[in-house]
Design a protein around this ligand. Structure first.
Ligand SMILES: Nc1ncnc2c1ncn2[C@@H]1O[C@H](COP(=O)(O)OP(=O)(O)OP(=O)(O)O)[C@@H](O)[C@H]1O
Ligand SMILES: [Mg+2]
Length: 417
């Protein structure tokens, strides 16, 4: 049997598993870790990027260079064509993403002790909502990246179906399951008939009853939390000038989006923000925005929002500290505030899950198993929403960050047998 692998290039975290000698094994992708943050740090000289935790560390250690996260969100968007300025030079996102995935490929080859040519890449049900062309483009872009780095045969599988395959090997009897894969960038669903007996079946079309997905994920929770509880302390919704106009919202919206933060560091934006500061009616707060942009600490702010979200998974209150911006600048944030801020996003997630059920023609009470995977299923409000939708179903939630990678490798065995 040809050796093959599955790559889960995630918005926040990535993993790879190989299928070799009848075994599926997760690849250590960063030291001994089987997942790697989808983060890149590019130092000023040449193009010698650093990936994952090491990249995050370089950024927080204030090393000189450019930090990037959530690159998957760029696929299928106009930014792919435009590229970005990195250390004063234009760079295409295709090259940046290719180098990140190539690093994953090399790790897999090291474990396999041979060059793997067959890959199944994971993909969300929709890269981009309600735009078939953009969605198609995103997959084409990923295909060309995989080919460019040397994969000869490239196939795709929906991420939630892969997660189902990973769980299937341990299932007793036949189960009607819904998978909810809630990641950093997208929430994806599949209603599927599972049984360890079916795992070897080549064609699963008759068992896959429906798929849906929305471009809502943990990144959006970070954004909502930042906009509702943090940005007002940086002058969001404050006014300027004789006409008492509101300062532009766009700065804050870009600042709250992992893949757009870097756009704010251009000389043009900085000079605009300085102009608004000059006429600002709330210089103390708006001045923090200016300082943040001048010091290029947007990612630190978003990281603090993300850390706060994660802290609020286990606690009712958390104090977010912004010492990196101003001594003793801290904001207490409650879980209730966070839940109010993300309510509408959780509504969209529940709606997509319900649509998946409707498309499948299965009634909620016929679902035996809810498979929760992806980091965002940790959020208590999200878990509550699924309990309400499927009160009688059992819940499986092992390997939240690696199930998609494992399942893609299982699928690669079938696709390249
Ligand atoms: N304990 C937690 N509480 C709340 N959110 C969490 C927790 N742990 C991780 N997350 C969030 O989960 C998200 C990452 O999940 P995951 O690694 O499954 O995403 P991904 O696979 O990279 O993204 P996608 O599948 O959308 O491309 C991040 O937004 C992260 O902040
Ligand atoms: Mg994922």
């Amino acid at each position: 049997m040809a050796i093959s692998c599955g790559i889960d290039f995630g918005t926040s975290n990535s993993s790879v598993a190989i299928a070799q000698h009848d075994q599926v094994i997760l690849v250590p992708v960063e030291k001994t870790h089987i997942t790697i943050p989808s983060a890149i740090f590019i130092p000023p000289q040449g193009y010698n990027p650093i990936y994952g935790r090491a990249a995050v560390k370089m950024f927080f250690d204030r090393q000189e260079g450019r930090f990037m996260r959530s690159l998957k969100r760029v696929l299928g968007t106009p930014l792919m064509k435009h590229g970005t300025q990195v250390n004063g030079k234009p760079l295409k996102f295709e090259k940046i993403i290719a180098s990140f995935i190539q690093n994953l490929k090399e790790r897999a080859n090291i474990l396999a002790k041979e060059e793997i040519e067959n890959v199944v890449m994971g993909r969300p049900v929709h890269f981009v909502d309600n735009d078939k062309d953009a969605d198609h483009r995103a997959q084409e872009e990923l295909t060309s990246i995989a080919q460019r780095i040397g994969y000869k045969h490239v196939e795709f599988q929906f991420e939630p179906i892969a997660a189902a395959f990973a769980h299937e090997v341990n299932i007793k009897g036949e189960k009607l399951a819904i998978v909810a894969d809630l990641g950093g960038g997208t929430s994806d669903f599949t209603v599927i008939r599972l049984s360890s007996q079916y795992a070897a079946k080549a064609d699963r079309a008759e068992d896959i009853l429906a798929n849906t997905g929305v471009r809502v994920g943990g990144n959006d929770f970070d954004k909502d939390l930042a906009l509702s509880s943090i940005m007002p302390e940086l002058g969001y919704l404050s006014t300027y000038g004789k006409k008492n106009l509101e300062v532009p919202l766009k700065y804050y919206h870009d600042l709250a989006e992992w893949s757009k933060v870097n756009l704010l560091y251009s000389p043009k934006v900085l000079s605009q923000v300085r102009q608004f500061f000059h006429e600002s009616h709330d210089k103390r707060r708006f001045g923090r925005l200016l300082k943040l942009l001048e010091q290029e600490r947007g990612h630190s702010l978003l990281s603090t929002a993300e850390d706060t979200k994660i802290a609020l998974t286990t606690r009712a209150d958390h104090t977010a500290s912004f010492d990196f911006l101003e001594k003793d600048f801290a904001i207490p944030i409650s879980r209730k505030q966070f839940e109010d801020a993300i309510q509408h996003e959780v509504g969209k997630i529940s709606k997509a899950a319900t649509e998946c059920l409707l498309k499948s023609g299965i009634k909620a009470d016929k679902i035996d198993l809810v498979i929760l995977t992806g980091g965002s299923t940790e959020v208590p409000l999200v878990q509550l929403a699924f309990k309400k939708l499927f009160p009688q179903a059992a819940v499986a939630d092992e390997n939240k960050l690696s199930s998609v990678g494992i399942g893609l490798a299982y699928d690669s065995r079938k696709k390249f047998r």
